[in-house]
Design a protein around this ligand. Structure first.
Ligand code: NAP
Length: 313
């Protein structure tokens, strides 16, 4: 049933995002039975919900005195969760389109390393390199982070036959995945892994989690794939490990983005840089999630995917 008083929703993201969201959000609101006045310009005191990108125009949330929730457009919340003016409930983005994109990116880069595709692309030099890669079932993969993205990647990797170990803060139960949890199981998660994928959020507890000791736990010739956040890896430790046991690092995220032109990662023969393109929120599917959360707010139900400020994600 359509409500009589419009809910005032403020959209706070870069100009480029507006055209696709102004197309996708209204039908999503209607599908949830919501009458919404969506704008980029509502007066702060009149706003019921804010849809926000962490780098959007609104950085001071204090004037939004009646705002019931801030709905983040990104999965990563480290920049917005630490904003001291934001005291309203904050929900992070869990979007099937974003998840699908991340699974595709992770599988693509995992298969590149697993199959040794580079040897053949780069080695068009008349040498018949006919060594066979092992089957996936003989290539242990570890995923740090079993949230929306990590769990979906873990499922797809097990479907392909990889033995997958996943690590998270709370204990999970995912079919065919060895699920470990808590700091005391991190070592077991990493020991002898041949491919490690980082899908942790950036928090105080996860910054530099891949340090020199932990990188040394991986198998000789291991690959590390980081679509999580740059500071999850200590860069100097990685540089060192690339001379030891790590065969290659594929990095999508960095401490400074865009990665400065002179950064050593660009030229390192064992590093692949991708420009933070592992995945992105897709307006079509994300709008459905946003509308569902607003409907829940209006019905007095708990918001989905609330950020725990004390944990930072
Ligand atoms: P999520 O659902 O919040 O999952 C985070 C996972 O990390 C959870 O399993 C959580 O454990 C675990 N975790 C957090 N802190 C931990 C700790 N101290 N020790 C052990 N495990 C810990 O997040 P998501 O949606 O999967 O996204 C993960 C990250 O991917 C985002 O934060 C963002 O930084 C990154 N990302 C990157 C791109 C890109 O294009 N490169 C795109 C989207 C997202 P619990 O389950 O027990 O809470």
């Amino acid at each position: 049933m359509i409500r009589k008083t419009p809910i005032r929703v403020l959209f706070s993201a870069g100009d480029a995002a507006w055209p696709e969201y102004i197309a996708a959000l209204p039908p999503a609101f209607t599908a949830q039975g919501l009458l919404v006045d969506l704008s980029r310009k509502h007066a702060p005191k009149t706003v019921d919900y804010i849809i926000a990108a962490p780098n959007g125009p609104i950085q001071n949330f204090k004037p939004f005195t009646r705002c019931k929730a801030v709905l983040n457009l990104w999965a990563g919340v480290e920049d917005i969760a630490t904003n001291k003016t934001l005291t309203q409930p904050l929900a992070r983005m869990v979007d099937p389109g974003l998840t699908e994109g991340m699974v595709e990116w992770v599988i693509g880069h995992t298969m590149r390393h697993h199959l040794g595709i580079d040897d053949h692309i780069n080695g068009q030099d008349g040498i018949w390199r006919n060594a066979f890669p092992p089957l996936a079932q003989h290539r242990p993969v570890t995923i740090l982070g079993l949230g929306a993205l990590g769990a979906a990647c873990a499922r797809m990797l097990t479907n392909l036959g990889f033995p997958v170990t996943g690590w998270s803060r709370s204990q999970k139960d995912i079919a065919n995945v060895i699920c470990l949890s808590g700091n005391d199981r991190l070592r077991d998660s990493l020991k002898d892994a041949q491919i490690v994928i980082l899908l942790l959020p950036l928090t105080d507890a996860t910054t530099n989690i891949m340090n020199i000791e932990r990188l040394a736990l991986l198998a000789d010739g291991a690959f590390i794939i980081n679509p999580g956040r740059g500071p999850l890896i200590n860069d100097d430790a990685l540089l060192n490990a690339l001379d030891q046991n790590i065969a290659h690092a594929t990095l999508d995220v960095f401490r400074t983005e865009p990665l400065p032109k002179k950064h050593f990662f660009w030229a390192h023969p064992k590093v692949t840089v991708t420009p933070h393109i592992a995945s992105t929120t897709r307006a079509g599917t994300a709008s459905l999630c946003i509308a569902e959360n607003i409907r829940r707010g209006e019905d007095g139900l708990p918001f989905l995917h609330l950020v725990d400020r004390s944990e930072g994600y």
